[in-house]
Write a protein that binds this ligand. Structure first.
Ligand code: OGA
Ligand code: NI
Length: 346
């Protein structure tokens, strides 16, 4: 990624301001419960953060620090390998998992390389977005030979982050006034995946983005980042792009589109993006919690009533997911499918 291909250049209104001042950031939540801070307080902090920001950071999350360091080291070793070697595990339209270096967000190229793997291998998804097509496709992981410990570190990390994700889904259910396990059933045979993001230094950080503005389709995203920084969140109150300060040993959590629909917009999936810089490379590791492909997503019945009717029509998670992912591979002429396509207009 030496010279700047015009495919990376963002439209003027989406270019980042590079000297953003440090202002009030997203909330930092301690997940530990003690005599002085009970579960009720924790749940209320989570609910407030989901409402106000859609994003928060957590500490005392239970994931061993050593694993977060090891997965970023493994990522660095892998992304440092020659391109021919990385392309041996390249993902394509048949096998969606593996290495990829030309992802598009909103039809502009992202300044990054990624490696994706499934939490559950194999994972089942619809073969196509067409509603009448009942065919199911099996997705499997592919692993590079180098570094030798890569697969084991990735899988160990995934197991720990998965536990954290389920704990957070329980806290989110409670914060919506629902039983802790209200959402668990949707995650049996889930389609969740983990991504290693590598953002190389960029000669034109004022023109390109590491990841263009987007919302995550997930229910929940749990991200570990290094100390470089670059993630920005669109503040709900004024639309300003707010940098997320790297906090050692913290995870960044955001609610995605699926929770926005389940909660009937009590919690919104917030836009975010990644700015790159000219000197430092950056690594981040998001884990996307997606429900099972056969789940029909709609506002939870307990949260809708006559005064507060459902804001979304029911849709198949799997069909939505498959339709959305089509634009990852190539520039489309039209905007990709988004949850607002299912919005009920009143
Ligand atoms: C993503 C994402 C943020 C980051 O991969 O969806 O938003 O900090 N990444 O890398
Ligand atoms: Ni994202």
């Amino acid at each position: 990624m030496g010279e700047v291909d015009p495919a990376f250049i963002q439209a003027t209104e989406h270019r980042p301001k590079l000297n953003t001042i440090q202002i009030e950031g997203i909330p930092l939540i301690d997940l530990s419960v003690s005599d002085t801070r009970d579960l009720k307080q924790l749940v209320s902090e989570i609910g407030n953060a989901c409402k106000k920001w859609g994003f928060f950071q957590v500490i005392n999350h239970g994931v061993p620090l050593e694993l977060c360091t090891r997965i970023k080291e493994a990522a660095k070793t892998f992304f440092d390998r020659p391109i021919e070697e990385k392309r041996k595990v390249k993902r394509d339209e048949v096998n969606a998992m593996g290495y990829h270096d030309s992802e598009h967000t909103k039809n502009v190229r992202d300044w990054k390389e990624v490696f994706d793997f499934l939490l559950e291998d194999p994972t089942f998804v619809p073969a196509s977005p067409e509603p009448e097509d009942k065919e199911i496709r099996t997705l499997t992981n592919q692993w590079p030979e180098n570094p030798p410990e890569f697969r084991e570190v990735c899988q160990e990390y995934a197991r720990e982050v998965e536990k954290l994700g389920y704990k957070l889904l329980e806290l989110i259910s409670l914060s919506l006034g629902l039983p802790a396990n209200r959402l668990s059933g949707y995650f049996k045979d889930h389609t969740g995946m983990l991504r290693l993001n590598y953002y190389p230094p960029c000669p034109c950080p004022d023109l390109a983005l590491g990841v263009g503005r987007h919302k995550d389709a997930s229910a929940l995203t749990v991200l570990s980042q290094d100390d470089v920084g670059g993630l920005q969140v669109k503040r709900k109150t004024d639309g300003e792009w707010i940098p997320v300060k790297p906090i050692p040993n913290a995870f960044i959590i955001n609610v995605g589109d699926t929770v926005q629909v389940w909660s009937n917009e009590l919690y919104e999936s917030v836009e975010h993006r990644v700015v790159v810089n000219s000197e430092k490379e950056r690594f981040s590791v998001p884990c996307f919690f997606f429900p099972c492909h056969s789940v029909m997503v709609k506002p939870l019945e307990e949260l809708v009533n006559e005064q507060n009717p459902a804001k979304y029509k029911e849709y198949s998670f799997g069909k939505f997911f498959v339709a959305r992912n089509r634009s990852d591979y190539k520039k489309l002429e039209v905007e990709n499918i988004q949850i607002h396509n299912f919005k009920i207009s009143n």
